[in-house]
Design a protein around this ligand. Structure first.
Ligand code: TXD
Length: 308
């Protein structure tokens, strides 16, 4: 039987993720939103693309949570996106309310699902979903590290004019200004980037990675990035549905790992059919460790505002 994925929020990120999940034939897709007509229209449009894409996924759009019943995986993108001049944290109160409502409805229909949380501010929204769902931490995962790492990787590939496939790099920490791109563990065909790129250029690439979301918001003016975020959701979805045991940087609820307890931040995780099957604890320098803790402190501050 084909897998079933629900995407909550039929906006830019949700609809684009549905597009990629269906075109990779990963699952049947239910697109749900509060706005009447939009998920139905986008769902039908996508369904009509399937004969050309040569995939047999069934896609529907709906406003009714009954249609989401027994999903294997639910991606939550519902909420407001940033506009120029706004930080991710400015979305806290409104998206907290939306996330709380959505999680309750999702869990009532799909008590066995795995949740991928996408709405911002990401780490605080993942925490909200985790608390409200009552699932174990393996099944409530935040999408941030895969996106931030993809930005870092694409800038490294551009700098060296090499294939993106050669570039391994990852970003840890909260999905915000305090994120921690890990230069020491970044390489091109196994060669550390510190051997290939000057320190000055590495610093510039790290800063561009941190500002990656804002750079796109500034261009778009009316919303935030969605192609790369949707690609990141799709990679995580594929790793879980196909039980790939893939190591990806994901926002996970830490329970003592890295000396952090009770908060979500991105760390390298093994994703498989049980969700986060392992949190990889890598050794950090004192400086990296301090940056990660600083990032977790920023997440903790946001969570305390919403009582999570
Ligand atoms: O790295 C990451 N995690 C992110 C997060 C990368 C990109 C975008 N990120 C965040 O995802 C962004 O800051 C927003 O909080 C969400 C969704 O971004 P998107 O760009 O898709 O926003 P849109 O286009 O405004 O779509 C949001 C949709 C829109 O259709 C609303 O009608 C819907 O969410 N919405 C709801 N759906 C269901 N239920 C409720 N309650 C609801 N409220 C709004």
């Amino acid at each position: 039987m084909r897998k079933k994925v629900t995407v909550v929020g039929a906006g830019n990120v949700g609809a684009t993720a549905a597009h990629w999940i269906a075109s990779k034939e990963l699952a049947d897709v239910v697109l749900i939103d509060v706005v009447e007509g939009v998920p139905q229209g986008k769902g039908l449009d996508l369904l009509e693309a399937m004969p050309i894409a040569k995939t047999d996924c069934h896609i529907i759009g709906t406003n009714d949570y009954a249609d989401t019943a027994d999903s294997d995986l639910v991606v939550i993108t519902a909420g407001l996106a940033r506009k120029p001049g706004m930080s991710r944290d400015d979305l806290l109160q409104i998206n907290f309310k939306i996330m709380s409502e959505v999680v309750e409805k999702v869990v009532a229909q799909s008590p066995e699902c795995t949740l991928i949380i996408v709405s911002n501010p990401l780490d605080a929204m993942a925490q909200t979903a985790f608390r409200k769902a009552g699932f174990n931490r393996e099944r409530v995962i935040g999408m941030a590290g895969v996106l931030d790492s993809a930005r870092f990787r694409s800038f490294i590939a551009e700098e060296l004019h090499v294939s993106v496939e050669n570039v391994t790099a990852f970003v840890m920490g909260g999905h915000g200004d305090t994120m921690v791109p890990l230069v020491r563990y970044s390489s091109v065909a196994g060669i550390p980037i510190t051997e290939l790129i000057s320190q000055e250029r590495i610093d510039a690439i790290v800063q561009r990675t941190r500002d990656g979301g804002a750079e796109i918001v500034k261009y778009l003016k009316s919303g935030s990035a969605y192609y790369a975020p949707a690609a990141a959701i799709t990679e995580m979805t594929e790793a879980i549905l196909k039980d790939k045991k893939k190591i990806l940087s994901c926002a996970a609820f830490l329970d003592g790992e890295y000396g952090i307890s009770g908060y979500y931040v991105s760390v390298p995780c093994k994703l498989g059919s049980r969700g986060i099957e392992q949190i990889m604890e890598i050794r950090l320098t004192a400086e990296e460790d301090a940056a990660l803790k600083n990032s977790a402190a920023a997440v903790k501050k946001l969570c305390s505002v919403i009582g999570m």
